[in-house]
Design a protein around this ligand. Sequence first.
Ligand code: G6P
Length: 613
Amino acid sequence: MCGIVGYVGDRDATEVLIKGLKRLEYRGYDSAGIALIDGKLIVQKGKGKVINLEKGSKKNNLSGKLGIGHTRWATHGEPNDVNSHPHLSETGKIAVVHNGIIENYNTLKKQLIERGRTFQSQTDTEIIAQLIEEIYTKSKGVTFEQAIRLALKQIVGTYGLAILNIETPDKIYIARKGSPLLLGVGENEMFIASDASPIVEYTNKVVYLDDGEMAIVTRSNYEVKTIDDSPLTKEVHELAISLDAIEKAGYPHFMLKEIFEQPRSIADCMRGRIDVENSSILLGGIEDVIDDLVNAKRIVIAACGTSWHSALVGEYLFEQLAKTPVEVEYASEFRYRDPLIGKGDVLLVISQSGETADTLAALREAQEKGALVLGICNVVGSTISRETDAGVFTHAGPEIGVASTKAFTAQVVVLIMMALELGQRKGLISSDEMKRYIAELSRIPAKVEHILEHSDDTIKKMASLFTYAPNFLYLGRSYSFPVALEGALKLKEISYIHAEGYPAAEMKHGPIALIDEMMPVVVIAATDHTNDKMVSNIEEVKARKGRLIAIINDENTEVKDLADFCVSIPNTIDCFSPLLTVIPLQLLSYYIAVNRGCNVDQPRNLAKSVTVE
Ligand code: G6P
């Protein structure tokens, strides 16, 4: 949610910043801007995409060797030119880009206005520039760095900040509380960014800023300290991601690329963790806490969005395979209701980005109450992955499309591996059963590949028939219920069609009233033990003339005969089925959105990484 970049070095800063903003655009895309120091402080910003900013910068021939940039997802103030970042102080000498929310901005703004300051924008960010300037100019002997620290002391809320001051033209000041920031360390050049994607093509050396830290960055040096001015020595990490992973590689959209990457991302997630020969699983990241997990009274899983759907799959898995009671919570609800969690409980948080504000807050809440906190994250080095007691990375590679696809399947793979390992350690899974599970798990990438190869055309055709449907209903039972929710979410997110996912039996308690010949109903009927029940639900839909799209497995001929449209997927063990059934649904939403001319990778109003609550 909002992306920040910064650069100081010998390159053309405009080019580095714009390129970086394009890579960060998935975090927010309603407006963008840059500030450069080139003798004077120059700002170029405006509503719309980074491409508009690029055109404007070229037209105005912007140049400079030091600058900061921002791509915005509006929180305070509508997306327009004035509210775009960077924001300037009243004299125009200080520029600020900000990710996060200043909760006491109204109070601070009123006070600043009373003391004579005038404001241009409706944003919370502008008060940061104004407050720093006020402190800097009015307090004798206060350096600019001290002024930043004093201002941050007055601010309540979250921030990732990059700040320029024309009086210190060789420095970028950055600070973090609640919104990610990292520093890329090059040879006589430094990079700043909200995540590693703008940096990877220049350097693989990064320093992650933690909450309550700031840094003063010049082309040849960086000084990290706490906001209270205690110097820190930070570890320099090596980035493992490559440039290819963050480019479209010939696909028209990142989302399509990421859907098609799933055979590989699922295999990557299992690599080195499942041993087919010995029928065993080894999850190094949770090895040290595995006994606590085995002895846990219950597991609470907290997450948001798509990750919450994989959490639901996790509930079924842990309860079936490991007989551990599970509760699944929306992280946003969990954090605010004084949850009953403590010693002996495990909180498992799931997050692709590792930065989702509510999930992070849930983690901290549970940690404070004495629970063991584990994480499943995709982004290495992310805040959640660093704050959990232990965890498992999904290793799905960077996910850029705002609608999550390969992260979901990788999360489910991790949950399967965790549940199997737990079940085995608890003596609930025999070695023969384990052999069968592991062998089948190792076949999943090939089965996903098969679906992608054989169903793509059918789904494209189906999508063209349903492009203008105003509503969709998705139904599933058991392991297919979370998939129904995920299929509906995908469609909503990128095509703006209203869609709802339901447990198939619940249909009778309301949604059935909506079904008529105009209503497409997607049924996921690929889990063997619920198929008979699904057939009855399908009959109910047909009796009301609903248009039936069915995701079935190869053997399910009964549903095939009833459905108007079918996508057949290879058979698998029921508890692995979400890894296969979700693929046609991802493709269906993708092709419908493309047909409707929607911006698939950057749907309206959404952001990839929701770092504000
Ligand atoms: C946003 C994204 C979703 C994602 C959710 C949770 O809403 O658009 O795709 O599922 O955040 O994000 P996380 O990074 O915590 O999995």
